[in-house]
Design a protein around this ligand. Structure first.
Ligand SMILES: C[S@@+](CC[C@H](N)C(=O)[O-])C[C@H]1O[C@@H](n2cnc3c(N)ncnc32)[C@H](O)[C@@H]1O
Ligand SMILES: Nc1nc2[nH]cc(C(=O)O)c2c(=O)[nH]1
Ligand code: SF4
Ligand SMILES: [Mg+2]
Length: 225
């Protein structure tokens, strides 16, 4: 039987700042662990699962800053926290770390049973184990140092593809991946890496050129989580 327990780094309510749900009040559940190793990753504190850094859910909920502490949490305990905190958002974004290291089916089904929609933010380097009703955002990490490859099945399951870019090489890699995986029917977003001016200009020009969409990490411009 699937073990219904997840290693959680943080839980918070904010506005979704990326992709097609941008602007949607959302509860973020950030899972611990990612082996992909993107040099520009903005959540490096989620990479390692250090057994010495396991704490309880109350300690995770009490965090005031990013840290690599994590807690083992069941879907039921997460729902209790949502109601204790009186969260109003009905959309739950499961991110990480790399959330697809986990079987997300029990969590997403439980959320749906309680009236929440779910969205997964994934690199597409693990099999995507989610129910059909979950919205899947694949942010492909092409030929990362760790040897991680984007799975064709993840590209096929995606509802949207959101590709971080800083250089023309990143745009070319995306074009090649879309061709290789015969991806023609997805929403495609380019997301400038770390709000750099040149990355943003490149993303704007490439979006216009290819008729893709722009995603600018709105939360970082607003200074919110
Ligand atoms: C931190 S990742 C976690 C989920 C999953 N590991 C992934 O990569 O999709 C969430 C999103 O942030 C993007 N991201 C991470 N660091 C970024 C940065 N410095 N600038 C722009 N986007 C970034 C990722 O590409 C991904 O779309
Ligand atoms: N506001 C907000 N929107 C986000 N969209 C994706 C995020 C992520 O880290 O996966 C993220 C995040 O960390 N904050
Ligand atoms: S796959 Fe996602 S969490 Fe992992 S290193 Fe890359 S951006 Fe960060
Ligand atoms: Mg983020």
């Amino acid at each position: 039987m699937t073990k219904r327990v997840y290693k959680v780094n943080e839980v918070f309510q904010t506005i979704q700042g990326e992709g097609s749900y941008t602007g949607t009040p959302s509860i973020f559940v950030r899972l611990q662990g990612c082996p992909v190793g993107c040099s520009w990753c903005d959540t490096k504190h989620t990479w390692l699962i250090d057994p010495a850094l396991q704490v309880g859910l109350p300690e995770v909920m009490a965090k005031r800053a990013e840290s690599d502490y994590w807690a083992e949490v069941t879907p039921e305990a997460l729902l209790s926290v949502f109601s204790e905190r009186a969260y109003q958002a009905k959309h739950v974004v499961i991110t990480g770390g790399e959330p697809c290291m986990y079987d997300l089916v029990p969590l997403c089904n439980m959320l749906q049973q309680h009236g929440y929609t779910s969205q997964i933010e994934t690199s597409g380097t693990f099999e995507v184990r989610v129910p059909e009703h979950s919205w899947v955002t694949v942010s492909p990490k092409i030929n990362m140092a760790g040897g991680y490859q984007v799975l064709t099945s993840a590209m096929q399951r995606a509802n949207e593809i959101k590709h971080p870019v800083a250089m023309q090489k990143h745009v070319d890699e995306l074009l090649q991946l879309l061709q290789q995986t015969a991806t023609t029917d997805k929403l495609i977003y380019l997301q400038p890496i770390s709000q750099q001016k040149r990355a943003t200009e490149l993303a704007i020009a490439s979006c216009i050129n290819h008729n893709w969409r722009l995603s600018v990490q709105v939360h970082k411009y607003l200074g919110i989580e």
